[in-house]
Design a protein. Structure first.
Length: 426
């Protein structure tokens, strides 16, 4: 996550109050979240938002996490992750993914002690890392509690988990999680469709809750645009090696070469880590745009306040999807959830019908989608028209708030937990 969060006292967004049901918490849910605030990464925010709003729906959360806490909190229990040298070497040189497998055993020990003191009605685990599901499944097998397994990324079929040794392990583990969990949550509808094809026998367990933002504490607001002779488009966040960064730059380069883009009136700013930076810089489009003074690439995360200001003071915001070769795009670049509250025009390079395509379409924000399936001429015409849009921020639609605002999302999670309580224990 690029941005820090500041607390506000009321739940008001774009002059509209988000109404949530208030009730005393009468049931308890144990949350396994290996990453959790104060860690400033996207994976930590989702469980934190749920933990904040669940008491309004009758559920009191207790969290087990690997993230150190600045002060003691009886509802948050830290289980430090202390990998052995062998585990660190395997993660770095063999599988290239840190699933924190050794974390789940001490997490289970702490959970067992908590279950001796508190009568939990449900457990909720959110991955990655996928060791959280191992811990939750161990508790589910020992105690009569319902288990909700939340996947922020899929295991089998994940473009970032392509090693041959991982594929078989992921298929075996994921199949076991689906078998033992009482409900599973995908963070896009496309991911849910993928699962329903993979596990038709568990179709009834699959639910969808997208990632989102908390209007009380996480919302980034637009700032007045600085006085400058050019307009700025910003991409803030990681550009992945499997992203569509190359084709995106090619569009700007083609527009420049056709003299449909004036270098004196436009800047494209890329802020954040670039996977495969050498390959990106070697592209002729990158070199041409940089030589024309259009492209500024800062291949590292900026300080939080500086990154926030760069986004809030941009005329346009750019989001580049990851490409799943040979199949549909099933995930969403997390930065779009930071972009939405800014309200300025969004340019998306994605696939037709992708989750990102749907999100910007329902957002209520002026936007353009350059599709993989488009011809070059279609992309260039769309891009040229987009760059003529005014930079004034727009309010989010009611549908966008319903889908992505944390209070509404937590209400859906509480509904899943409530529904499971009515099912007989297995």
């Amino acid at each position: 996550m690029l941005f820090s969060r500041n607390l506000m006292s009321t739940t008001v967004f774009e002059n509209r109050t988000l109404v949530t049901r208030n009730s005393s918490a009468t049931k308890s849910v144990l949350i396994f979240a290996n990453v959790y605030p104060p860690e400033n990464i996207i994976g930590a925010q989702r469980p934190s938002r749920f933990a904040k709003y669940l008491p309004r729906h009758g559920w009191m959360p207790v969290v087990i996490t690997g993230s150190e806490q600045p002060e003691a909190d009886s509802r948050i229990h830290t289980v430090p992750y202390r990998p052995s040298l062998a585990e660190r070497l395997v993660n770095r040189f063999v599988i290239h993914n840190d699933d924190r497998m050794s974390w789940y055993r001490p997490a289970v020990e702490v959970a067992g002690k908590l279950l001796e003191q508190i009568s939990f009605q449900a457990i909720y685990s959110t991955s990655p890392p996928f060791s959280v599901h191992l811990a939750a499944r161990a508790i589910r097998q020992r105690y009569p509690v319902k288990w909700v397994a939340d996947f922020r990324d899929p295991m089998f079929g994940n473009v970032d988990r392509r090693q041959y040794c991982l594929k078989a392990i992921d298929r075996w583990l994921e199949r076991g999680f689906f078998q033992d969990a009482d409900a599973v949550i995908a963070n896009t509808e496309a991911m849910a469709r993928f699962w329903r094809r993979q596990y038709p026998q568990h179709e009834g367990k699959v639910h969808v809750i997208y990632n989102g933002f908390d209007p009380e504490t996480e919302t980034l607001r637009p700032l007045p645009l600085p006085s400058r002779p050019y307009r700025v488009m910003t991409h803030a966040g990681t550009i992945y090696s499997v992203s569509l960064g190359g084709p995106t730059l090619a569009c700007f380069d083609a527009l420049l070469r056709q003299r449909r883009l004036d270098p004196a009136t436009f800047r494209l700013r890329l802020i954040g880590e670039v996977q495969g930076e050498r390959e990106l810089r070697s592209l002729s489009s990158f070199r041409n745009l940089a030589a024309a003074g259009i492209l500024e690439c800062i291949p590292r995360p900026l300080p939080i306040d500086e990154a926030r200001r760069a986004v809030a003071e941009s005329d346009f915001l750019l989001v580049i999807d990851r490409y799943r070769k040979g199949g549909e795009i099933i995930q969403v670049p997390a930065k779009v959830y930071d972009y939405l509250p800014v309200g300025r025009p969004i340019l998306a390079f994605t696939g037709r019908g992708s989750p990102l395509d749907w999100i910007v379409r329902i957002s209520g924000i002026p936007h353009a989608c350059l599709y993989i399936e488009d011809s070059e001429q279609e992309r260039l015409d769309k891009l040229e028209s987009f760059l003529r849009l005014p930079s004034a921020p727009s309010p989010l639609s009611e549908e966008c708030l319903r889908q992505f605002a944390a209070p509404m999302q937590t209400e859906r999670l509480a509904g899943i937990l409530d529904q499971l309580q009515d099912q007989p224990s297995s």
